[in-house]
Design a protein around this ligand. Sequence first.
Ligand code: GLU
Length: 288
Amino acid sequence: MTETRAGPASRFAPSPTGRLHRGHAFSALTAVATTREIGGRFVLRIEDIDTERCRPAFEAAILEDLAWLGLEWETPVRRQSEHLDDYAAALERLRARGLVYRCFKTRREVLDDIARAPHGRVAAYVGAPLPADEEARRLAAGGPFAWRLSLAAARAALGAAFDALHFTEIGRGPEGQTGPQRARPELAGDVILARKDLGVAYHLAVVVDDALQGISHVVRGEDLFEAVHVQRLLQALLGLPTPIYRHHRLLLGPDGKRFAKRDKAQTLADIRASGVSAEALRAELGFS
Ligand code: GLU
C-alpha cells in the first residue's frame, strides 16, 4: 500500500500495450497543464494488470517517450501489477458486505443473456448470485469465475444515496457533458470487478489507485467518460473520495478516425525519429 499524500494531484495512467502516440501526448500534456492550474503533483501510473497484453518493453518506451516530451513525474511510479493485494483487499471489503457475486458464465452466455433481456439505451448485463448449493458444486468442480458488482445489492446498501451520486466534470464528455453530473451506474449493469484470469479488473484498480495516490483531478480521454458512472459508485461503496473529472476530446487522424496504438506513423518514437522536436510537437498540440 502507498500512503495517500496531501494536496491536489492529477495523473496520466497509460497501459503498456504498445507505443505511445500523438493522442497519448495530448492526454499527458493536458494532465500536466491541469497539474499547473491546480498547483498540484503530477503522477504517472502504469496500468499493467492485463499481463497478456502488457509488455515491460512498452513500459520502458513510455518512460522514454514522456521524458522526451519534457514531462517530470513523481517517483516511484506505481505499477498496478505490483499492488494486486490492494485490489484484493478492496474486493474483500465489498464481498464481506454482499456487494459482489461470483459469475461462472462464459462470455457467450453473458452476451446471450444481454440479447434476451429487455434493456434500455445500453445493453448491460445484470445477473444474480447462484443458489448456494449450485455455487458450491461449481466451485468444487473448479469452474473459473469472475466477481461482478451487484447493482441491486449496491442500491440496497446505499438507499436514497444511490440515486443522488454526483461528480463534477470540468472538461467535456462525448455529448458535451460538463459541470455537475449525476452518476448513472445502472447504465453499465453488473460490471466485472475481478476477472477470472487476473483477480482484478479496470474499474476496481483505478478507483483504489486514484484514492491511494491522492488524485484530486482525473484527466483522461472522453472515451472513458462513461466509466465514471461505475467508478463513482465504487467510491461510495468503498468510502473513497471522489476526484474532479476532466475528460478531453480525442485527437483524430487525417482520416477522421481516432489514433490507435497500431498507427505506427503517429507514435512519439516515429515523430521523434522524423526530426520533430518535443517543443514543436507540444506547440502543435496546443501547449507551450
Ligand atoms: N489505462 C487506461 C488507458 O490507457 C486509462 C485509465 C484511466 O485513465 O482511468 O486507456
